[in-house]
Ligand binder design. Structure first.
Ligand code: HEC
Ligand code: HEC
Length: 389
C-alpha cells in the first residue's frame, strides 16, 4: 500500500483545465453508468449487464448478455460482479504477497476481466463502450458526440472546465475517469455490510450451520476453498474472498454460448483468444482469475462461461468433479464422459489437482452432502445489506 497525504493533488490533477472534485466525478460517473443514451442501440447502459440489484452482476440467468447496435449480439463470457474490485492489483505473471509466504512467487494474478487483460477500471471502461457486442460505439468521438446530444455538455464544462470539448480524446478520458471514480465509491461497491463482516466486527454471531459451513470452507481436508478464496482478516483488513490468482478448475463447456457452436472454439482464458499477449504460454491455457465470493448468492450464473445456474451446483461441482464427472460433463458418441470437455486434451494437465480436486473416480468426495449444505449457508452470509438485530 502506498499512502498519499490528503493535501497532495490527485493523479489526474494536471489533466483537465479544472481539477474535478472526487464527489463531482462520482456523481457524473453514476449518471453515465446508468445512461442508455451512451450505447449505439440507445437501450443499453453499464447497469444493463452490471445490475446494482444483483451486486453489479448479471440481471438474470442468461450465460451471456446481449448487446450491440441491434441489442442482439451475444457476449462470450458471463458478466462478473463489479463489487470488491477496489484492491485487484495490476496483472503480473509473478505475484508476491505483501506479507507472509516469504517471497514465494504465486504465479499470475490481478488485472481486470476474467483473463486480466485490462489493467484498471479506467482502461476497462473503454472496452464495453466500444465493443461490437456491448455498447457498440464506433469510436471515442462517437461517445463524446452522444454526451453533447444528451445535454451533458454544461455539466462537463462545469466540472472539467470550459475547454473540455475542444479535445475529444480528453473528453473521452473524462468519461473513463468518471466511470472509474464512481466504481471506487465505497458505499456502492465495497460497503462490507454482510453478516460475515458483522461477525468479524463481533457485532453478530453465525448460526451453527453457518459456523460449520465456514469451517468446511476453510478446512484443507474438505472444501479448501480459502486456498483461493481467502476468508480471514489479514492485519485487520477484511477478506476479499479471492487471492486475485489464476487457476484452471475445468469448468464444463457451455453449449448455450453461441461461440461454442463451433466445436473448435475454446475460451482458454490467460492464453487466449481474447487475451493475446500470453498466447505462447501454453501452461496458462484454461486459467481464469478467481472471482470474489462476496455477494455470490445474488448471482444466477456461475463461472467464466456461465455454465452453472445455481450456487448449489457451483459448490457441488467442486465436490464431484473428480469422483462423479458424469454428473458434469458431456459424453462422446459412445456415451463415454468427456472430462474437462471445455479444454483441448493437450492442456488438461494445467487443471488444478490439489484438494478438493485430489480425488479419483468412485472415491468419496471431499465434501459430504451436509458439508455442501453448510457451505451454502455460509456463502449466504457474504451478501451485503445485513441488518443488525
Ligand atoms: C453487454 C454486457 C455488458 C455491458 C453493457 C458492460 N459490461 Fe462490463 N463486463 C461484461 C462482461 C461479459 C465482462 C467480462 C469480460 C471478460 O472477461 O472478457 C465485463 C467486465 C467488466 C469489468 C471487469 C471486472 C473484473 O472483475 O475484472 C469492469 C470493470 C466492467 N465490466 C465495467 C463496465 C462498465 C464501466 C460498463 C459501461 C461503460 C460496462 N462494464 C458495460 C459485460 C458488460
Ligand atoms: C484452485 C483455486 C480454487 C479453489 C481451491 C476454489 N476455487 Fe472457487 N474459483 C476459482 C476460480 C479460478 C474460479 C473461476 C473459474 C472459471 O470461471 O473458470 C472460481 C469460481 C468460483 C465460483 C463462481 C463465482 C462466480 O462469480 O461465478 C464459486 C461459487 C466458487 N468458486 C466457490 C468455491 C468453493 C465453495 C470452493 C471450495 C469448495 C472453491 N471455490 C475452491 C478458484 C478456486
Amino acid at each position: 500500500m502506498s499512502f498519499r497525504a490528503a493535501a497532495d493533488p490527485p493523479f489526474y490533477a494536471a489533466t483537465f483545465e479544472k481539477t474535478p472534485a472526487a464527489a463531482a466525478l462520482t456523481d457524473i460517473g453514476r449518471t453515465l453508468f446508468f445512461d442508455v443514451s451512451l450505447s449505439a442501440s440507445g437501450t443499453q447502459s453499464c447497469a444493463s449487464c452490471h445490475d446494482p440489484r444483483h451486486s453489479f452482476g448479471p440481471p438474470d440467468d442468461a450465460a451471456v448478455q446481449r448487446g450491440g447496435a441491434d441489442s442482439r449480439q451475444p457476449g462470450v463470457r458471463a458478466v462478473p460482479s463489479l463489487m470488491y474490485a477496489q484492491n485487484i492489483p495490476p496483472f503480473t505473471e509473478h505475484y508476491f504477497d505483501d506479507e507472509g509466504d516469504d517471497g514465494i512467487d504465486q504465479g499470475p494474478a490481478g488485472g481486470r476481466t476474467w483473463d486480466g487483460r485490462e489493467q484498471s477500471a479506467h482502461d476497462q471502461a473503454r472496452l464495453p463502450l466500444l465493443s461490437a457486442f456491448e455498447m457498440a460505439n464506433s469510436s471515442p468521438d462517437a461517445v463524446v458526440g452522444k454526451l453533447l446530444r444528451a445535454n451533458r455538455a454544461a455539466q462537463f464544462r462545469r466540472i472539467f472546465g470550459d475547454s473540455i470539448f475542444n479535445d475529444k480524446d480528453l473528453a473521452f478520458r473524462a468519461v473513463l475517469l468518471a466511470l472509474e471514480t464512481y466504481q471506487q465509491s465505497a458505499a456502492e461497491f465495497y460497503p462490507y455490510t454482510s453478516k460475515y463482516d458483522a461477525w468479524l466486527r463481533h457485532e453478530a454471531s453465525l448460526s451453527d450451520v453457518e459456523t460449520r459451513g465456514l469451517s468446511a470452507f476453510n478446512n484443507p481436508a474438505k472444501g479448501n476453498c480459502a486456498r483461493c478464496h481467502p476468508s480471514a482478516l489479514r492485519k485487520g483488513a477484511f477478506p476479499q474472498f479471492t487471492d486475485f490468482g489464476y487457476a484452471a478448475i475445468g469448468v464444463p463447456r457451455n453449449g448455450a454460448i453461441p461461440a461454442n457452436a463451433d466445436a473448435r472454439h475454446y475460451d482458454l482464458g490467460l492464453c487466449g483468444p481474447l487475451r493475446t499477449d500470453l498466447a505462447d504460454r501454453k501452461y496458462y491455457c484454461g486459467l481464469f482469475r478467481a472471482p470474489t465470493l462476496r455477494n455470490v448468492a445474488t448471482r444466477r450464473v456461475f463461472f467464466h462461461n456461465g455454465a452453472l445456474h445455481s450456487l448449489e451446483d457451483a459448490v457441488r461441482f467442486y465436490a464431484e468433479r473428480d469422483t462423479e464427472p458424469q454428473n458434469w460433463y458431456s459424453r462422446d458418441a459412445r456415451g463415454k464422459t468427456i472430462k474437462f470437455d471445455d479444454l483441448p486434451v493437450q492442456y488438461q494437465g494445467n487443471v488444478d489437482v490439489q484438494p478438493p480436486f485430489d480425488r479419483h473416480l468412485g472415491d468419496a468426495p471431499a465434501l459430504s452432502e451436509t458439508d455442501i449444505k453448510d457451505i451454502l449457508a455460509f456463502l449466504q452470509t457474504l451478501t451485503d445489506g445485513y441488518v443488525l438485530r
